[in-house]
Design a protein around this ligand. Structure first.
Ligand code: ATP
Length: 284
């Protein structure tokens, strides 16, 4: 395949099993182009975090394993390496739940993201870059991270990922638990990072409204009736796009499902996928 046509990230038909027995993903495929923003949507438990962890290598820390398929960065397989190797390849995950080192200061937290960089001068430049995107963190640089607000902690988590100079950032539910204004601010910064620094983003979200605004296209994960039929939880990725369905089996219906989710006055939950908002029953 020519470089022009080759995606940055390609997840090819992967299967993921936890604890050697719990089948969670089956036949999941997706692609992220260089410099693109791609969303991964779905309800609680659909398998979004598992997909991101499979890519970043963090699955292993939870006794999970990619048992079938492959994950490639610019055509080279990366699914057999550990998380540190994946970071060295330029892929960094920002975990769900704003993980920060609570007893370290904001700046110390940011510096932990740069452990692959050794040059003092570039560290200073990277810190300045992060503070340029998040001026609030510059003001709080000496504060203990455990005592800053949830929104600021999310900024620390994203800033720390930036310190590794990623080609691809895996963002897991950046909107979770944040006030709408902060969510908008975070999304605006992600869009700027993508625009100005060409950082590609794979974004797992329940907040379809925000994700579909930011992304060039989205994948919907669902764990509908197949779960029962195979007696194991599993998720199926269905590709959709804002312009038109490019779907696999149930693409058009999946698109309708995803596009129904954005907020409207009748949807006070901001277009979140909820347990009751699953795919139409025909999708199986
Ligand atoms: P959420 O938004 O709630 O995080 P999600 O779409 O990210 O949902 P996952 O967290 O990937 O979904 O979970 C997918 C399925 O895998 C769920 O059924 C979950 O219970 C199961 N699962 C997740 N982590 C583990 C684990 N470490 N061991 C066993 N099963 C797990």
């Amino acid at each position: 395949m020519s470089d022009a046509a080759r995606p940055l990230l390609s997840v090819n038909n992967i299967e993921v099993i936890y604890d050697h027995v719990i089948l969670v993903l089956k036949g999941v495929s997706l692609q992220v182009p260089e410099g693109g923003i791609v969303a991964l949507l779905g309800a609680n438990g659909a398998g979004k975090s598992t997909t991101l962890k499979a890519i970043s290598g963090l699955l292993r820390t939870e006794r999970g394993e990619v048992t079938k398929g492959s994950i490639e960065l610019l055509g080279a397989p990366i699914h057999r390496g550990g998380p540190a190797e994946v970071v060295r390849h330029g892929i960094v995950q920002v975990m769900e739940g704003r993980h920060v080192f609570e007893h370290l200061t904001v700046e110390e937290n940011l510096l932990t993201g740069a452990y692959t960089q050794r040059n003092g001068r570039s560290l200073k430049r990277d810190l300045d870059l992060v503070y340029g995107y998040f001026p609030r963190l510059a003001e709080r640089r000496s504060s203990q991270a455990g005592y800053i607000s949830g929104g600021e902690q999310q900024m620390v988590a994203i800033g720390r990922a930036l310190m590794a100079r990623p080609k691809l950032m895996l963002l897991d539910e950046p909107s979770m638990g944040l006030a709408p204004m902060l969510v908008a601010e975070i999304y605006e910064i992600v869009a700027r990072l993508n625009r100005d620094h060409k950082v590609a983003v794979l974004l797992a979200e329940q907040n379809a409204t925000m994700a579909l605004r930011a992304a060039q296209y989205a994948y919907v994960m669902e764990n509908g009736r197949r779960r029962q039929a195979l007696q194991a939880p599993q998720a199926v990725a269905v590709v959709i796009s804002k312009e038109g369905a490019e779907g696999l089996c149930a693409g058009r219906r999946a698109k309708a499902w995803a596009l129904r989710a954005p907020a409207s006055p009748a949807q006070p939950d901001g277009g979140r996928f909820g347990r009751g908002a699953g795919p139409p029953s025909e999708v199986s």
